[in-house]
Every structure is written in C-alpha cells, then in structure tokens.
Design a binder for this molecule. Structure first.
Ligand code: IFM
Length: 804
C-alpha cells in the first residue's frame, strides 16, 4: 500500500493519502528556532532546545495522534459547516476531502479541497529568524459566492520546560498569561520576572512568545484553550468554531492558545491570502519588528526562495544519477537532508524524542558529523572541535555535550563507572574524514582543551582516546566495555571485555599510525602499530568461535556469542567490525560474513543478534528487557546496517553490499507502507525483526545514527567517492547489474563531475581512470589535478597494474 511518492526534481515527498499509518513528519527551522510538523499539521515549536525552549504544545503519544498543531479552521458562515485546511483535526470523510501534503527541505505545504474551497498552506521558518510563517491561500472553486470565517489555532505551553508544562500543573497552571493587544496575541510565562526571554538561563527570566494574523482584519480572538475548544470539546470540533462566535477570552493561568479570527468573502474563482506569524519574544518589540520587516507577501515569497536555496545548495554537495531511482532519492535528497537534521538536533527533538535527551549525545554526534562533511565542512569542523573539548584528560568523554552550557576546562570528571568505552573511538572515523574533506593536515596540531583540565593537540586527543581503552583492558587483553560500548544494553561489569571496542581500538590504532606518518612522526606510528599487533594476538587467541567472532567476555569469564550459545549466539557488530577494522584474516572475513547472511540477514535488514536474549542476566544484557526481535534484543538495529554495506564493499562484494543497502533503504518500502509504517523518506533507528509479529515495522524515524552511516556507506563505499587528504578517491563497489553512474561532488570548493562506466558488470575494481582526459594510476585523484568543473571518468573492471 502506498501513501505518496518522491518528487526529486522539487526535492519533496508528496503524501497523497493523509491517513498514514504513523505521523509522517518534517522539520522546520534551525538551531535558533526549531519546529516539527506532521503531514496533518500536528507538531510543536521550540527556541533553541526542545526541552527547555518548548513554547507551543504537542501532546505526545496522543489519541488522535499528533495533536495539537498549526491549524486553520474554515467555517462556512451560511451553512455552519466547518473543516480544517489539513485533513486533521476536523477529519472530514476522505471521499469528500481531497488533500496533498508536500514535505520539502525545512518547509511543508498542504493543499486541500473541500466543499468547493481550495486551500494552500505553507509552513516554514525563514533562515536565521526567530519566527515561523503559516501562509494560507483560499480559493473559491465553485460557482457561488462564499462567506467564510477563518480561525487560526496553536496551543502555547505553560512553561518552556516540557516537564513543567506537562506534569507540574500545580505550578505551571498559575504562571502564564495570554493577552491580546494591537493585533497580537502575547503569551507570557513568568511575566513578573525580567523579560530577558532569550537568555539561556531559563530560571529567573520570563518566557515570551507571540502570534498575529495578517492579510485580513482580525474580527475576533480566543486565547483561552478551555473557551475555544471547550472543556468537553475537541480539536475536531472546537466550541468556538462550531458556534461561530469568538469570545475575546484571555488567560490568567490555565491553558492558553492563539485562535485569531477573520472573515473572508470570495466570489467564484477568487482567492485571498492570509499570513500567520508566530515567534519568540515580546509582541510589542520582536513581534512588531518582525511584522514590519517580514509580513508582505512578496517578502514571504523571497524568504521562501532563500530557504530553498539554503537547503538545496547543501544537498547539492553530492548528487548521483544511478539506475536505481530509490537510491537516487535517498542520496540526492532525503538521506542527505535526514543527516543534516540529525546532525542539528542529535536525539533531542522529534515525535518520539520528547526533548529529554537535551544536548548533543557524544558518540551520536561524532558519528553524525561524518555524513554532513561534504555539505557543511566548516560548520561541521567547528562542531567536531566542540566534541573534542568534551573529552576528559583521561581520554574518556562526557555522555552529552550541551553547546550552550559547555565549559571546557571546567567540567568535573564523572566517577569511573560512568564512562562508556566507545565514545572517543568514533573520532577515528570522523577526524580523518574532516581532514580529508578540507585538506587541513594542520588540524591535527590544533590545541584544544579537555573537558576537565589541560589541553592537547588534536593528535594528542586521539592518542589519549586510544590510551583510555588500552589502559582499561581486561584479563584477555581485550578492551573493557565499561558502562557500555556502542550497545547501550551491554554491561559486562567494569572489567568485562567488549570485542566491538577491541575492533574499534584496532581500527583507531591503524588510523593513528597513518596520521602519525603523514605528520612525520614515525615513533608515534610505531607505537600504534605495536599496540595493534598485541591486540591482534589477543583477539586471535580468544575471540574466534568456529564461524564467527564472539561479542564479549564478562568479567566473570563468561564468553558471549559463541557458535554453541543458546541465545545471542551471533552478534552482527563484531562480524562486520572484524572486517572494517582489518582484524579478520581473509578467511575469517569470508566466513563471518557468510554467517551474517545465514543467521542475521532478513528482507528488512540484518538483525543485531540471534537468537534473542531471554535468560541472560539482565545486569549484563539489558536488551532482555525489550521484546524479542526489537531494538537491541535481536531487532534489526538500523544504525549498523551501513557498516554491513561497508564490510561487504571492503570485500569487493558489490551485489551483496547493494542487497543489504536495499533491505533498509526506506524508499524501497514506499509501496509497502502498511508494513514499514514509518516515513518512506527517512531512516528509522530500528525495525522489528523476524522474532516479532510485526516483522518489517520501522520505528523511531529521523534521529538515529542510521542516517549518517546509510549516507556514508552508499556514497563513500557503493559509489566509492571519498575525500582524502591527498585528493578525491573514486573506487566504486557496484551491483553487477549497474552499467555505471554519473555524479557530481563538491570537493574543496570545486564542482567535480564523475562518470563511472561498468561495461562488464564488475562489482569492484578500476580498470582505468582519467581526469580531464589525463590518465591517473590507481583510484586516487590528486587535488592538484582537479579544478572546478573537472571531469573524472572511471571504467570499472580488473585493475590494470600501474605502468602496464
Ligand atoms: O549507540 C547507541 C546510541 O548512542 C543511542 N541509541 C542506541 C544505540 C545502540 O545501543
């Protein structure tokens, strides 16, 4: 079953049936003013933080779902019939109500037609501003003149802190006041406090927001939710809309909303345009200034064009034209956009994340950066520096970096039991990728503070990261899992050993040696390679079990993930990272990847483990808390799916890499939306596995490491386009059915055109490579051979030895 389609030319996803199986959402705004909107206009807005800056309300996990939101109600003054410009909340029968929602890059538009009235709404936050627009065009498509009342609706929170708003009602129901003056609704929380509303110190300052309606005189208003909706009313049938009588209500505590009203008369064929503006600040200052400068319809159009340019130029950093339209939709638009949104909001703001994860999850963000480097290298570099200052001088890291509060050099070191083992190991993926993108080798010499005290060069930070794990190795010489490794559920006891961390350390040591060589520090490289050798020996001695790598050894010596284990007998991450890290021998790599295929692969992605955990001690394997076949308990965790693609590509298996990619490519399930249920245009954190009766149902859209690794694996491994310090590498690993592809890649300010031809159906290998007609040996195009507009042409096939 399908509910919509991709419109890649417009860079939009078009939802043609509004009764989607779940809310299909989109993001508006930036880190200053963020907002989320569903295909039925449900959602909320926040200033800087989804937990500390939430000023309009969505009631999470509600029935009906995703309410309230940003609504326009229309009421026919003659018949009394009323509806909303989005299908919900009124929810007219779908045989009478036609609607299409277009989710674009940080904007959403909804076009609907009911009762001979066509409405077009457009929602967006102009770039860099602290307000949002809702633009509405109403057209009379019938043959009779019409008189309509239009009511706007959004619901204010009673406190910008979500817990205060939702749960601490004995306080928060007494602190808000909504007032109406000069065409503005003003919501003031803690109005008695100083009006320093933009301060990041929420306590001690008022929280102020405003709305207004323009384009037609305001003829009435209601700011009391109880009055507008009615104490036993509903968003589907608000008392005021049903009666057609606005009351002029304001609030003194209780619940506030902004329901502004106007009347429009439309001759047949006539259209009228209205504009709602909602923002943070004082109506009489920030509201007035925004209206003065931004409220003309010409300005709205100009801001919309600017917004599109802003996003489309970012997405244009890498474009591909392959034989697979679903692959292209993701790479060119949705996976790139998803990664930028995930990078922006980490795990803090969605319809699933209510805001409690406030700030940048350390390991999450370091990984998220890898996908946005082609689009925003400078900005991502600043974020990377911020994360490096979240590392403590012992080499471990803060679990979450809060950009507005972070004080490097001044953060108390947590107790040793609270450190996770993998946090800083992700630097070994992201830091070289950043240096590759920018060509800035000197970045490794940049001095940055530690979170607690002291400072080091970036290279010093990397060395400290490795030492952190090497100093915390267990009885078998494998690094300890500590509070958790990548897998939040794995708790092996402080001295229990995690092979995934072992592989990450091995990978990191190799990367470190490579960097040290580039910096002409042979002793550093030697140190790293020696540590790697010692670690390799420990891995080979204890961690191979017949046809797989184990996953861990608890501190009581119990080995998890052996071929004869009753549960959790095979763990995805240690097989694929054995390959990625280079720890597996050629034979082990082949065998363990075959085991992945045999025991873990499904039509919707590879399961994290099998069989599910049912009796393992919950103190060791907290995944047992999850229903079998979900999340970390043998669910299809999507975050590692990109690593599976990378591992297969590293083994030269293009068909297999593509098959694994397709299994979790959301676009491939566009026509099976009743199974996947979540948005077909964004990645989800996990999918129900075959142990679940809901096999294939994907959950937790948008904010997950899945997006970054899906993007990175598809672009750097399948397409094989990778920015390296010395130049641009083109080393594709394609499905044998692809005759090639074309791509463009922005690289250090130059637009590079790439054509890959695959005449013999090779899966890997470059037979020849030319740049602007000049032949290059190997797969790396040196930067000095490139200029803006360069044309790289690659013919795949058996590699021709250099000089042959
Ligand atoms: O690695 C974690 C991530 O940091 C948060 N979500 C779950 C993942 C796996 O446990």
């Amino acid at each position: 079953m399908k509910y919509g389609h991709f419109d890649d030319d417009a860079r939009e996803y078009v939802i043609t049936r509004p009764d989607t199986p779940r809310s299909w959402t989109n993001y508006l705004g930036t880190t200053e003013y963020g907002a989320i909107i569903s295909n039925n206009a449900g959602g909320y807005s926040f200033f800087r933080s989804a937990s500390e800056g939430r000023f309009t309300r969505l009631r999470f996990n509600n029935v009906p779902m995703d309410q309230p939101g940003r609504y326009f109600y229309l009421r026919d003054q003659e018949s009394g019939d009323f509806w909303s410009t989005s299908w919900q909340p009124v929810g007219k029968p779908l045989d009478e109500y036609k609607t299409t929602c277009r989710h674009g890059t940080a904007y959403t538009s909804i076009e609907s037609e009911y009762s001979d009235i066509k409405t077009e709404t457009l929602y967006f936050v102009p770039v860099g501003q602290k307000f949002e627009y809702w633009k509405l065009k109403v057209t009379n498509t019938g043959s009779a003149p019409r008189k309509l009342s239009v009511f706007t609706y959004c619901e204010f929170t009673n406190h910008w802190n979500i817990d205060q708003d939702q749960f601490n009602l004995q306080y928060s129901q007494y602190i808000g006041k909504a007032t109406y003056q000069d065409g503005f609704a003003q919501m003031a929380v803690n109005d008695n406090l100083p009006h320093d509303w933009a301060s990041i110190k929420r306590d001690g300052n008022a929280m102020l927001s405003w709305t207004t309606l323009l384009g037609s005189p305001i003829t009435g208003y209601d700011l009391s939710r109880e009055t507008f909706i009615g104490t036993y009313g509903s968003y589907a049938k608000p008392d005021v809309v049903a009666s057609g009588e606005s009351t002029g209500s304001t609030t003194y505590g209780e619940n506030s909303c902004s329901a502004l009203r106007t009347e429009i008369e439309l001759a047949p064929g006539e259209s009228k345009e209205l504009l709602v503006m909602i923002g943070v600040g004082k109506a009489s200052i920030e509201g007035k200034a925004a209206v003065e400068e931004f409220s003309s319809l010409e300005r709205v159009d100009a801001e919309f064009a600017k917004l599109k340019d802003f996003w489309h130029s970012r997405l244009g950093a890498l474009t591909a034209k392959t034989p697979d339209a679903d692959f292209d939709s993701m790479v060119n638009v949705w996976n790139a956009y998803n990664s930028l949104i995930t990078y922006t909001w980490s795990r803090s703001a969605s319809f699933v994340y209510g805001g409690h994860r406030n700030g940048l999850g350390f390991r999450d963000t370091v990984q998220d950066i890898i996908a946005v480097l082609p689009a925003i290298p400078e900005e991502a570099g600043k974020r990377l520096e911020l994360m490096l200052t979240g590392q403590f001088s012992n080499g471990g890291a803060l679990p979450v970096v809060k950009p507005f509060d972070h004080e490097p050099g001044n953060t108390p070191m947590p107790p040793k039991e609270e450190f996770r083992s993998d946090d800083c190991l992700w630097f070994f993926n992201t830091v070289p990728a950043y240096v590759g993108e920018t060509g800035d080798l000197d970045f490794y010499n940049k001095v940055l503070p530690y979170a607690d005290e002291g400072e080091a060069t970036v290279l010093g930070h990397l060395r400290r990261a490795l030492e952190f794990n090497l100093e915390r190795s267990g009885a078998n010489g494998i690094p300890c899992g500590l509070a958790a490794d990548w897998n939040d559920c794995l708790k092996l006891g402080y001295n229990g050993e995690s092979l995934f961390v072992g592989f990450q350390v091995r990978y990191g040591l190799g990367v470190y040696a490579d960097i040290a060589n580039k910096l002409n520090l042979p002793e550093e490289a030697e140190w790293a390679l020696l540590q790697q050798k010692i670690l390799d020996a420990a891995i080979q001695k204890t961690c191979w079990s017949k046809d797989r790598f184990i996953w861990a050894i608890a501190d009581d010596g119990t080995v998890y993930g052996t071929h004869d284990s009753k549960e959790g007998a095979i763990y995805l991450n240690t097989q694929i990272w054995a390959v990625i890290s280079g720890a597996a021998t050629e034979e082990q790599a082949r065998i363990c990847m075959e085991s992945v295929k045999e025991h873990l692969a499904t039509d919707y992605g590879a399961q994290l483990c099998a069989p599910p955990v049912e009796t393992m001690p919950v103190e060791i394997m907290a995944a047992r808390l999850f229903n079998a076949g979900t999340k970390e308990n043998a669910g299809i965790f999507n975050h590692p799916q990109g690593w599976v693609v990378m591992a297969e590509a590293m083994l030269g298996k293009g068909d297999s890499a593509y098959e694994y990619y397709n299994a979790f490519n959301p676009a491939k399930f566009n026509d099976k939306a009743e199974i996947r249920q979540s948005e077909p245009y964004v990645h989800c954190q996990s999918t129900h596995a075959r142990y679940s009766p809901m096999h294939g149902a994907a959950r937790l859209p948008w904010l997950s490491g899945t997006s970054a690794w899906a993007y990175y694996s598809s672009t750097a491994y399948i397409l094989g386009i990778k920015a390296e310090l010395e130049g641009l590498r083109i080393d594709p690993c394609l499905p044998s059915s692809w005759p090639g592809y074309e791509a463009t890649r922005l690289f250090r300010g130059m637009n590079i055109n790439i054509t890959v031809k695959n005449p013999d159906g090779a899966e890997t290998g470059v037979a020849s490579l030319t740049v602007d007609g000049q032949t290059i040996d190997g797969t790396l195009v040196p930067t000095d051979k490139l200029k803006d507009g360069s044309q790289i042409e690659v013919i795949m096939g058996a590699a021709v030895p250099a000089g042959a």
